[in-house]
Design a protein around this ligand. Sequence first.
Ligand code: PXP
Length: 238
Amino acid sequence: MATLGVNIDHIANVRQARKTIEPDPVQYAFLAELGGADSITVHLREDRRHIQDRDVFLLKKTIKTKLNLEMAATEEMLKISTKLLPDYVTLVPEKREEVTTEGGLDVISNEKYLRDYIKCLKDSNIAVSAFIDPVDEQINSSREIGFDFVELHTGKYADLKKQEQYVELQKIIESTYFAIDLGLVVNAGHGLNYQNVEKIASINNMNELNIGHSIVARALAVGLEKAVREMKTLISTN
Ligand code: PXP
């Protein structure tokens, strides 16, 4: 059964809209855990548009589950993460102008840089994941240079209408098995919601699904704890 990582960046988005102190993502992480979150994910962006440095250090001290720090592979983030020591880091591509993470990380084109970067994180006992498109060559390269996990980008699958999802779903299923055969642990995420999560959750040996937007949107109606519990039920019954 896949576990659920809850991305709470959107809580910080609301706070930063007014640059005030509420809502505090640290407090909402507690509610997400009460609802059954198995880990808490935050993306510390270079432009600090939502999550702030203070948030990640407080989360590390207060959460009872695991902390997954999403970040770009920059020198600044290496310094912060090796001080923070999250349970794992997910490396993502980052562009200032994007609304959310767009494509997956191009591991193949950055093998040399990323190999050294991963080593620094692993030397600090941080497990490292690559957020990549479901493409065999990217998976191979991720394994080759030392990533422990891959997170397969489900955005393309999620953007399609139900009747058009089959081909993209097969790609994700085949990539999952391919990565597991190479010895990688496989997570997935982006764009997953209450309507499309079940097919991804039912992939054999899927480790964790990282979900943010749909859970925080649902939380506006039912509260975060319940929104997380509903998602957890959908994942665990598959
Ligand atoms: N995984 C990664 C690597 C992401 O960048 C994001 C978005 O921050 C997510 C998962 C969650 O995506 P969504 O908010 O669409 O559920």
